[in-house]
Every structure is written in C-alpha cells, then in structure tokens.
Design a protein around this ligand. Structure first.
Ligand SMILES: [Zn+2]
Length: 304
C-alpha cells in the first residue's frame, strides 16, 4: 500500500535559488493530502505531473504567506475546471475569512464542494479519523499560531495467502472477512483458523510534518514510531541566534529531535535563502542523525 510524500517547495520566506515556498503532497493508498500551499504550488504540481484534481484534503500550518499564498490560485483553478469531488480544507480559523474576502472581491462564486475545518491552534486535535488513517494537528512554537501534522496509519489488514486459500477452497467472497481476522468454515463445517490463511500485517506507518517552529520538547509522545519526520531546518547552527529570533530551528536541532525520538528517517527542508549550497545543512544534521536527507523539489520519499 503506497505511503509516500512528494516535495513541491523547500524554500523559507521567499523563493530563492530555484526553490519554491512550502508545499508537499502525501499519497496514502491513492488518497492525496496537500500539506501547505505556498505560492506556485499548482505550477509545481503540473511540473511534476501530479494531478491537482486528486487532492482530497489540504492542511495549512499557519498564515505566513509562504505557506498558503498558493491556495487562492489552486482553488480558483479547481473551480474553473468544475472540480466536483468534496475538498476538505483544514487551517487556522482566520483562513476562511481571508478566502471569502478574496473571492467576494472578485465576485467569484465558488462552485466547489469545499468544506472548511478550523484547526484548534492551541491544543492537539484529531482532524481526520477514518478507516485508513488518523491525522492530528499539534501546536508548534512560532511567531504566530502554527501547527504541525501527524498522519498515523491505522492497523493494516492481515496479509491473505492466496495459495493457502486455494488449498482450503476459500471462495472469493470470504476473503475480505479473512483479511480482517475471521476464520473460514468449509461447507462440511471444518473450521480453518485464520493463521493458516494469513500472515501478520506490516506495522502501521507514521508521517510527521513539522515546519516553522522553535525546537520542540513537548510532543515526543506523538513522535514515537514516526517513520519519516519532515522538519524545518531553516538555518545552520552557526546562525542559531537568527533561528531563535525568527522562531525557527537549525539543522542540528532538527537532528537532535529526530535522534531523541528515534524516528525512522529525517527529511529536512524550509531552507533559508541565505544558503545556495545545502550540503552544510545536510552534513550538520547527519553528524547527529545519519539517516537524514535533504528535501528536494520533485523528489518522492517513501514513508516506512
Ligand atoms: Zn512562518
């Protein structure tokens, strides 16, 4: 089952060195989730051959422009294309007023089936809870209210063994129940225990998206078992003072968080325009947490 993230924007504050403002697209079993929507996101989607029409949920971390200025454009495009599928938007409460004002001023009657869900910015909250995933928001520490997001997969179905099923004469219509843990009863009443027909499922996977924050100390419980942590690493440690002043994290600090929580892998991004070459950021993080990668626009990273 696919669980991966494609990075669309890696720049903090302003576009620089051909890097774009924050956005990333998560694909969980062909359900598409967009995290942040910086300016140019719809162009980046197009550039990397990703279909904007497939997006079902959009999550906005905070209202600094580099995290959502692409949203009015994306929504207007979907509206022009007569997009019909429901679209769920999660973000700071003021986002709804901002969008309404913008669309009213241009006399745009949105025909989209758009559902706005205000995110509580001061406490952890469950935003999505369905059969496949639970998605949480967690308050971060930034200059304005800002949240991070965790996508936690639900326990997956047991792995059905078709060869064993064939041997025991399992009909197709019984397979779904078996994947959920049921035994199979043959027509003569013989019960075939589930363990003969299935294997344990792979463990559920977890993705965390933490951007625009001071180094965090209080969400460790939520980071337990995270397979891939995307964390901002706006500055190098030599600019730690600047990072603290602007409420950002250094590459070293992001790596310390990853190490402390033993996440599977760390993906750093949200680079300051100060840095043309990102290698020093990578090296700094890897000195603490070797399993670190630089988020690169257009690249897709497996989760788990
Ligand atoms: Zn910000």
């Amino acid at each position: 089952m696919t669980f991966e993230v494609t990075v669309l924007g890696t720049s903090s504050a302003l576009p620089a060195h051909f890097r774009h403002p924050s956005a990333q697209l998560v694909n969980h079993n062909h359900t598409y989730l967009l995290f942040d929507c910086g300016e140019g996101t719809q162009m980046q989607l197009q550039r990397f051959g990703l279909k904007r029409s497939k997006i079902e949920h959009i999550f906005i971390s905070h209202l600094h422009g580099d995290h959502y200025f692409g949203l009015p454009g994306l929504l207007t495009t979907l509206n022009l294309l007569r997009h019909e599928k429901p679209l769920h938007l999660y973000g700071p409460p003021a986002l709804e007023t901002i969008l309404k004002t913008q669309f009213q001023a241009s006399s745009l009657q949105l025909q989209l089936d758009l559902h706005f869900h205000p995110v509580p910015m001061e406490s952890p909250s469950i935003l999505v809870d369905n059969e496949a995933v639970t998605i949480y928001s967690l308050p971060l520490q930034h200059r304005i209210a800002c949240v991070g997001f965790v996508v936690a997969e639900k326990e997956r179905e047991r792995k059905y063994n078709p060869k064993a099923g064939h041997e025991y004469g399992v009909p197709v219509e019984a397979i779904n129940a078996i994947k959920k843990g049921a035994d199979y009863t043959q027509p003569d009443g013989t019960v075939i225990p589930n363990r003969l027909l299935t294997q344990d499922p792979l463990p559920p996977r977890k993705y965390a998206y933490f951007t625009d924050t001071l180094p965090l100390t209080h969400w460790d419980a939520y980071l337990q078992g995270v397979d891939l942590l995307y964390h901002e690493a706006t500055f190098l440690q030599e600019h730690a003072e600047r990072a603290a002043h602007t409420h950002h994290t250094t590459a070293l600090q992001a790596a310390q968080l990853a190490k402390r929580n033993q996440v599977g892998a760390l993906l750093i991004g949200h680079y300051s325009a100060k840095y043309t070459d990102l290698t020093p950021l990578l090296e700094e993080a890897q000195s603490i947490f070797p399993h670190t990668q630089l988020a690169t626009e257009g690249e897709t990273y497996a989760i788990g």
